[in-house]
Design a protein around this ligand. Sequence first.
Ligand code: ADP
Ligand code: MG
Length: 339
Amino acid sequence: MSEIRLLDQNTINKIAAGEVVERPSSVVKELVENSIDAGASAITIEIKEGGISFIRITDNGKGISKEDIQTAFIRHSTSKIKSIEDLITVSSLGFRGEALASIAAVSQVEVITKTYDDITGIRYVIEGGREVSKEEIGCPEGTTIIIKNLFYNTPARRKFLKKPATEGAYISEFINKLALGNIGISFKFIYNNTIKLHTSGNNVLKDCIFNIYGKEIVKNSVPIEINNDQFKINGFIGKPKISRAIRNYENYYINGRYIKSKIIMKAIEEGYKTKLTVHRFPFTAFYITINPELIDVNVHPTKMEVRFNNESIIYEAIKSGIYEALRKVDLIPEVSLNN
Ligand code: ADP
Ligand code: MG
């Protein structure tokens, strides 16, 4: 008797969804990245109950056409690459075509979307991977996507979620990072009906830092600039006196992408070494622009990790760039009102 069988598509999708959708913040990440890839200049993220019961993302990007809406929810369907060769130069945040399929497999999804060219828009509802309805409606250009009851059909996964406040904090943290990485986009974050963040999207880094972190951090940050023939780095780094007990304020981006890198983290902390006591971490917001052929962003499905062809040159540049930027600060005496 045969024991091996091919799983049905719905089960395959639910299992695969675990790779992409771990928690509400992963849903927000995927959807906001889609909005950015769609060329949006304004993105609103609204959540309730830490995103577990409700997430709504609204963008003014290019929208999805009637012809594409169903395909968009099929695994490995993407408009962003055509073949493996494109991976070398891909500049979009997404390219795997897995997010919408994964999210729809484990939640209740409603999309309202319209392209610039279409006269009417479309409302598409898909729950647990099964299409519920598709109808034409009047709506503005862009896309609104609502995700309700994440993991409603996979109780084992739902059980592993943390308290709504904790899940909400992950989302908030992530939106801060994204907003800082995309200063030309206006981000609005609404948590339980309260506006928590609203960036202007005016392309001025200082304004964005102010919107997210407030006056103290802006006032106590200094510019960093590194230029060499392989890459460019620019941004701001915090003076030692605004250091934190947590690493959350270390922000760095490669070619517009928010990433995590042990090499960069180590370089930052080495650059600050003599200026910070143990277990204190700096504020940084800098941007690395590098030829995409010198990095590999395809390391992990969530694409948060990047590998460099030449790690040591990046490491040395950041470390000495930070050291230099801080040394300049030391040369300018602080103006004190007391003496
Ligand atoms: P990927 O982003 O890897 O291509 P997704 O599953 O996230 O895969 O999205 C599938 C496709 O749906 C995208 O390639 C894009 O064409 C379309 N899409 C998704 N979200 C949006 C959006 N907010 N605006 C316009 N198009 C979108
Ligand atoms: Mg995507």
